[in-house]
Design a protein. Structure first.
Length: 139
């Protein structure tokens, strides 16, 4: 895991940006499996926010973008299939499948968000949770 920049201040909040191709030591295996599944389906701008110190309702967000509705569904399906097969995990809640603009998969300890570009820009989860430690993933 290599740092891509020094801690950066965003509206008075500090974030750490890292770029990683493999699982950082701090991420649970299921979260890393979700990241791998998104990358396998060619998701772009894959980010993990570590919310454990940010007083979040879950420990991690996995956030990614699909380029069209078919790919957004494929990414979400890929995450579900991977986590079920490798870790026996199923989402407690799945939302947004009908519209394919923002699909949310809630696994209690982490939540996977698969966005269209427009939805991701509108909701700006990374900005809302700017005090969380951030990991950027690319292939």
């Amino acid at each position: 895991m290599a740092k891509t920049s020094a801690p950066k201040s965003t509206a008075g909040r500090s974030t750490t940006h890292t770029k990683a191709a493999a699982r950082p030591a701090r991420l649970p295996k299921a979260v890393a499996g979700a990241v791998r599944a998104t990358l396998d389906k060619k998701a772009v701008d894959v980010v993990v926010l570590d919310l454990r110190k940010a007083a979040g309702f879950t420990d991690f967000f996995v956030i990614c973008t699909g380029t069209n509705p078919r790919q957004i569904n494929a990414i979400a399906d890929g995450v579900e299939e991977t986590l079920k097969a490798e870790f026996g995990e199923r989402p407690a809640l799945t939302e947004g499948v009908e519209k394919s603009q923002w699909i949310l998969l809630d696994y209690f300890n982490f939540v996977v968000h698969v966005f269209s570009r427009e939805c991701r820009a509108f909701y700006e989860l990374e900005r809302l949770w700017g005090n969380a430690e951030r990991y950027d993933f690319s292939e």
